[in-house]
Write a protein that binds this ligand. Structure first.
Ligand code: 5AD
Length: 346
């Protein structure tokens, strides 16, 4: 093993410079050893359980124009949709039967979903399924808005920081979006009392090893309750359609690093990882992940929520095929449970 991998196993923390060197020079042996330690830590804290979240993609209408994202405002080839209150509730009903105890409402920044509309939906879900957690993933909103949604019953919020370097952030997003406001949102969400998820893409255009080291340091300092990490995958109808995608191996390596430096984090094996590698989810779990988020959206809209090319939404990625997912997870020595899967606070 390299010296820095040994140091990480011992100290459970490195400096930004050391992460840079580790990411640039790690060996296959390092990756194996860190993955084993990551799984050991996960099992110690959560047992060998994998938590499932039913992902409901409520709208692909978005006011933003992020250069990497397939549902960006300027993509004229994207067929737009939004789900109604009733449709969302029907997804939850189906999901509950399938054993889901967390529903994730994810969507573009769609002005239709005012606080009033969302509060009605959230309160209804919590009323009908009091034993379930509601997670929102609806982008940047005001403090007052986050507070209203929290008071309506939302438990968690996912908002990836995308990159912890502000210059890199502005290469991925139009000027109207800033890392500063992203961080304001993450801090607001935490202050209000949400379980908060951050995260980043691996191999996004213009990303350097220094940027990744900064991302790890951000996770080390902010200690989000959840952390979504997936490879960048080009979408043909975006400005980044011609760029190369990120690496599955590096994504898995970073999952292990993050589990080691932040043991209690809830770490999904993402759809993007499953998309670029046939057994990506399994590899993610074997690297220390403990969450999977199968698709619970109505099948009629699934193909329209194309954040990137070839995004999976069937097979083990589909909530209805939970049996297939169970078998895949079992092959890693882990077990899917019917549980809200809240973060363990130390
Ligand atoms: N490749 C990989 N991930 C992407 N996301 C958006 N577009 C892409 C892409 N082309 C991720 C972003 C966002 C999450 C919902 O999906 O990180 O936060």
């Amino acid at each position: 093993m390299t010296e820095l991998a040994i140091k990480l196993l011992k100290d459970k923390k490195l400096s930004q410079n050391e992460y840079e060197t580790l990411i640039s020079t790690y060996t296959a042996e390092d990756a194996d050893s860190l993955a084993k330690e990551a799984c050991r830590i996960r099992d110690e804290i959560y047992g060998n359980y994998v938590f499932i979240r039913g992902l409901i993609e409520i709208s692909n209408i978005c006011r933003n124009d992020c250069y990497y994202c397939g549902i960006r405002k300027s993509n004229k080839d994207c067929i737009r949709y939004r789900l109604t209150h009733k449709e969302i509730l029907e997804c939850c009903e189906e999901g509950y039967e399938l054993g889901f105890r967390t529903f994730v409402l994810q969507g573009g920044e769609d002005g239709y979903y005012t606080d009033d509309v969302l509060c009605g939906i959230i309160a209804d879900i919590k009323f009908r399924f009091p034993d379930c957690a509601v997670t929102l993933s609806l982008g940047e909103r005001s403090y007052e808005s986050y507070l209203a949604l929290f008071n309506a019953g939302a438990d968690r919020y996912l908002l990836r920081h995308e990159t912890a370097d502000s210059a890199h952030y502005s290469l991925l997003h139009p000027q109207s979006l800033t890392l500063e406001n992203r961080m304001r949102c993450l801090n607001d969400l935490r202050d209000i009392g949400y379980q908060v998820g951050a995260g980043f893409m691996v191999g996004s255009p213009y990303q350097t090893v220094e940027h990744l080291a900064k991302d790890i340091c951000f996770i080390q300092d902010f200690k989000p309750d959840m952390c979504g990490i997936g490879p960048f995958i080009p979408h043909k109808d975006t400005p980044f359609g011609v760029f190369q995608g990120g690496s599955a191996a590096l994504t898995c390596f970073l999952l292990s690093v993050i589990r080691i430096i932040h043991p209690s984090v809830l770490l999904p094996a993402t759809t993007a990882l499953g998309t670029i590698m046939e057994d990506g989810r399994e590899k993610g779990i074997l690297s220390g992940a403990n969450v999977v988020m199968p698709n619970l959206s109505p099948s009629s809209v699934r193909k329209k929520y194309q954040l990137y090319d070839n995004k999976l939404s069937d097979g083990a990625e589909s909530a209805q095929c939970i049996q297939q997912l169970k078998e895949r997870v079992a092959s890693t020595g882990c077990k899917i449970v019917v549980d809200r899967g809240d973060v363990k606070k130390g």
